[in-house]
Design a protein around this ligand. Structure first.
Ligand code: HEC
Ligand code: HEC
Ligand code: HEC
Ligand code: HEC
Length: 196
């Protein structure tokens, strides 16, 4: 078990304990992915950052951020954080998520193993993909991506046509990531999802 998995497991156990103590009858929700930007243990080059999150409370370093820029149920919060390590907590009735990120400025030493986070281009505003509360600009996610990306270039980069890999978000994080090509995981793991 990796250290992160172990931590998550402990947190889940802790929550389960709390639920039991409260005599809660409903099943305990696992940790939810509420924070969509930045990613856990990533390094940001600037302290001026945009957090993307699902509806819920956001706490930065133990202080609540009250800045409800709600766009159709989706939050985009602009905050600034000084150089160094920070903790972001997202809370919702159904669960919580805690992540860490690091703001590097100048020749700061970054935590070993943490990677630089890259936003999927900022010029791609929310409405470049999202339309309304639940919908995307086009009838599918893939089609939405192909409003900007060349569908003809797809097979060369993917060893497949775009029908086999139509579920772009299986591998890519549309908001950004700390892997090359905005992948959610390493390239190797991405392909292994089907080629085990
Ligand atoms: C390049 C396209 C793209 C852009 C730009 C984009 N998103 Fe998304 N977003 C997606 C996709 C695709 C999903 C679905 C992800 C999945 O299913 O894993 C998603 C999911 C979400 C979700 C979680 C699901 C939901 O709809 O409740 C939130 C919240 C969200 N986006 C907020 C934002 C905000 C806020 C912005 C602007 C700051 C933004 N997104 C910009 C593509 C985009
Ligand atoms: C509004 C236009 C727009 C939309 C919609 C869009 N992108 Fe992008 N995307 C860009 C731009 C601009 C870049 C940066 C330029 C480049 O590297 O091609 C980029 C870069 C990327 C890259 C990295 C390319 C590289 O060479 O590093 C990936 C991967 C990517 N986008 C995937 C997606 C996926 C998946 C979707 C759909 C969820 C999507 N994009 C939707 C505009 C868009
Ligand atoms: C199986 C995982 C996977 C899926 C699913 C996937 N991609 Fe990719 N994508 C990758 C990998 C890996 C790369 C990097 C290729 C390389 O190393 O050259 C990549 C590269 C890209 C690039 C940059 C290279 C280029 O052609 O410009 C874009 C844009 C992109 N993907 C868009 C998409 C879109 C749009 C979808 C959905 C229709 C999608 N991807 C589905 C894994 C995936
Ligand atoms: C969604 C499931 C899925 C993912 C993810 C996936 N593949 Fe495949 N792949 C298939 C299927 C199904 C076939 C057999 C049919 C075909 O050729 O389209 C295949 C066949 C192949 C082949 C032909 C040789 C063989 O093993 O049969 C290559 C090469 C390949 N995939 C490479 C990749 C690479 C590289 C990635 C990551 C970018 C990837 N695949 C990700 C489903 C997937």
């Amino acid at each position: 078990m990796t250290q992160r998995a172990a931590t998550r497991c402990l947190l889940t156990l802790f929550l389960a304990g709390l639920a039991q103590a409260a005599g809660a009858a409903r099943a305990q929700e696992p940790q939810t992915a509420g924070i969509l930007r930045p990613s856990d243990r990533s390094v940001l080059q600037s302290g001026a950052l945009q957090i993307i999150a699902r509806t819920g409370e956001i706490w930065l370093d133990g202080k609540p951020i009250r800045q409800p820029q709600d766009r159709g149920g989706r939050q985009a919060l602009s905050v600034s954080a000084p150089a160094g390590k920070h903790e972001l907590l997202w809370k919702h009735a159904g669960g919580f998520q805690k992540i860490e990120f690091f703001v590097a400025s100048g020749p700061t030493e970054t935590p070993p193993g943490w990677k630089v986070y890259k936003e999927h281009p900022p010029q791609a505003e929310c409405a470049a993909c999202h339309a309304g509360e639940k919908d995307f600009r086009k009838s599918s996610i893939a089609e939405t991506c192909f409003t900007c990306h060349e569908q003809k270039a797809f097979p060369a980069a993917h060893s497949h046509n775009s029908e086999v890999l139509a579920e772009c978000v299986l591998c890519h994080d549309p908001h950004g990531s700390a892997e090359r090509f905005h992948l959610r995981m390493t390239r190797e793991t991405a392909c292994k999802q089907c080629h085990g």
